[in-house]
Design a protein around this ligand. Structure first.
Ligand code: FAD
Length: 502
């Protein structure tokens, strides 16, 4: 292992800052590395970010913190996947579910792939993903991804949580681990003669010197962008959405609790609906080129109905994109300072977690070796670009004609060659698995996710040949197996009570 930094200064105390602080402390504190986190309460955090992918399970596992400790503190719930209603208003079924895939699905999934490929050939068979994945049934039945006693199936799953409360929990844990926390504003960043950051200047705590700086200062990228001059590469031409308005609503403590994020298309974007233990998180993600913030808030309020009356709205905006050098000189950017795509599919905490984990691993090997920096930057860029492609596919495949926004999203020709080859390769006679393999180097989402979105959004030619018996049998077998397996999982609310009370 190479020499570790003696002193790390992290600028920013949002989710990214505290995730980085905890993972770095876990890895390096015992080895004599000191960590200081400076954040400005007056500036505050972005305050949203309520959904994760299954990758997030590994974050708390690594820190050795069980669900029973953190979930209640963050009003967290379980997440089995995401449903997408209304993206195709003309389809037979106007919604599909993007499941978190687990080993339990392995008997049904080949039946799904087989039917999807029959359907690609023009046969009239069922290829809608919802009947082939157990998590889809769990979400529909308000079950958790935790098996009943005696059932030893273990699923991959994500979480929903209150981002502010999660930040508070991580802060408490970080301080217990010895991280020095300063509430102060950074007003200046000093560089030395070789371009490294030598210190940051704060209003009250003076100069903070370190050998490694972590930029978690959010959209403004105080260190990486403003001090080190990293430029944002805009993805606005691929991803139109650049704004959101969020309004939480009350939850009835007696009602069944769903275990999915609902991402429902509206006139100029989509709205998230996320069940937490004590409320729903809702937010309309849209492009301000097509509607104003006032129009978006009005549409969201109409969508939510009387539950939203009197509740204050939070407006946010960003430019979708990323920087190119996330690790530059003695500074690594983690979180919104690296860039942001948009909230669809909730990929950002995944990008944050992977960035920290990869960085820690490579730093130990490298101690600022340029080659490792390049490897890190290339990996993170590929992760973000692969995510961007999957997100853009939702817009390219939409089937709505109610606004110019949706028509423009569909006809948008600004896309990566990998995305184009996947969308084109699905239509026609090519072996689709081969198409995916060819663009796999840039794929963050794997085969099941691509089949789910393409089949779920009915990216098929008109079915012109009658169904074959094998196709009907595949569907029936998969559906029965999923329903049977789902019955072996605990209801969501009951499972939460168990975790919260343990
Ligand atoms: P922030 O939360 O903005 O924190 C920045 C920190 O820097 C703050 O502590 C601030 O005080 C500090 N700071 C800034 N300037 C100074 C200064 N001069 N001096 C001292 N301190 C300073 N992600 C997901 O994974 N899932 C989701 O469902 C999801 N939904 C989202 C929805 C929306 C609308 C948006 C905009 C984002 C969403 N995200 C989501 C992204 C997620 O919110 C962020 O990635 C995550 O919260 C991390 O943010 P951050 O810590 O980088 O930045």
């Amino acid at each position: 292992m190479n020499a570790l930094p003696n002193q790390i200064v992290i600028v920013g105390g949002g989710t990214a800052g505290w995730m980085a602080a905890n993972l770095m402390a876990h890895q390096w504190s015992k080895l004599g590395c000191n960590i200081t986190l400076v954040e400005s309460k007056n500036i505050g955090t972005v305050g949203v970010g309520e959904g994760t992918t299954p990758f997030f399970q590994g974050f708390f596992d690594r820190l050795g913190i069980p669900e029973s400790e953190w979930m209640e503190a963050a009003n967290a719930t379980y997440k089995c996947g995401i449903s997408f209603p209304n993206w195709i208003t003309t389809a037979k079924t106007d919604s599909y579910f993007h499941p978190f895939y687990s080993y339990i699905d392995s008997p049904q999934v080949p039946l799904f792939f087989a039917n999807a490929n029959l359907r690609r050939e023009g046969l009239d068979v069922d290829a809608h993903p919802d009947d082939y994945f157990v998590t889809s049934k769990l979400a529909a039945q308000c079950r958790s991804p935790i098996a009943k006693e005696g059932n030893h199936q273990r699923l991959d799953y994500g979480y929903h949580f209150d981002a502010g409360l999660l930040g508070e929990f991580l802060k408490k844990k970080g301080i217990e681990r010895g991280i020095v926390h300063i509430d102060d504003k950074v007003t200046d960043v000093r560089l030395d003669s070789n371009g490294d950051i030598s210190s940051v200047i704060t209003v009250n705590a003076g100069e903070l010197i370190a050998d490694l700086f972590v930029d978690c200062s959010g959209f403004q990228g105080l260190l990486i962008q403003q001090a080190l001059g990293e430029k944002m590469v805009s993805y606005q031409s691929q991803l139109f959405n650049n704004s959101a308005v969020a309004i939480p609503t009350a939850i009835n403590g007696d009602e069944e609790l769903s275990s999915e994020t609902v991402s429902k298309a509206l006139s100029h974007g989509w709205v998230w609906h996320i069940p937490l233990a004590n409320r729903y998180g809702n937010g309309y993600v849209y492009s301000n080129k097509y509607i104003s913030a006032e129009e978006a808030e009005l549409e969201l309020r109409q969508h939510l109905g009387e539950k939203a009356e009197g509740v204050k709205a939070l407006h946010l905006s960003w430019t979708p994109g990323r920087i190119t050098e996330h690790w530059k000189n003695n500074c690594v950017a983690i979180g919104l300072s690296q860039g942001f795509l948009e909230p669809l599919e909730a990929p950002m905490l995944n990008i944050i977690q992977r960035s920290i984990e990869n960085f820690v691993e490579l730093y130990e090997k490298s101690e600022f070796t340029r080659e490792y920096q390049q490897e890190f930057n290339a990996d993170i860029n590929s992760l973000i670009d692969g995510t961007r492609d999957y997100l853009q596919a939702h817009y390219k495949l939409n089937g709505r004609d109610d606004s110019q926004y949706w028509k423009d999203c569909r006809s948008n020709i600004s896309q990566s060659k990998e995305l184009k080859s996947i969308l084109d390769g699905w239509i026609g006679n090519r072996n689709f698995d081969q198409v995916l393999r060819e663009s796999m180097h840039n794929q963050v989402y794997f085969k099941t996710s691509w089949y789910c979105i393409l089949a779920g959004m009915e990216h098929f030619q008109q079915a012109c040949k009658p169904a074959v018996r094998a196709g009907k049998r595949n569907h029936q077998r998969a559906k029965e197996a999923c329903l049977e397996k789902a019955s072996g999982f605990i209801k969501h609310r009951a499972q939460l009570m168990q975790v919260y009370n343990s």
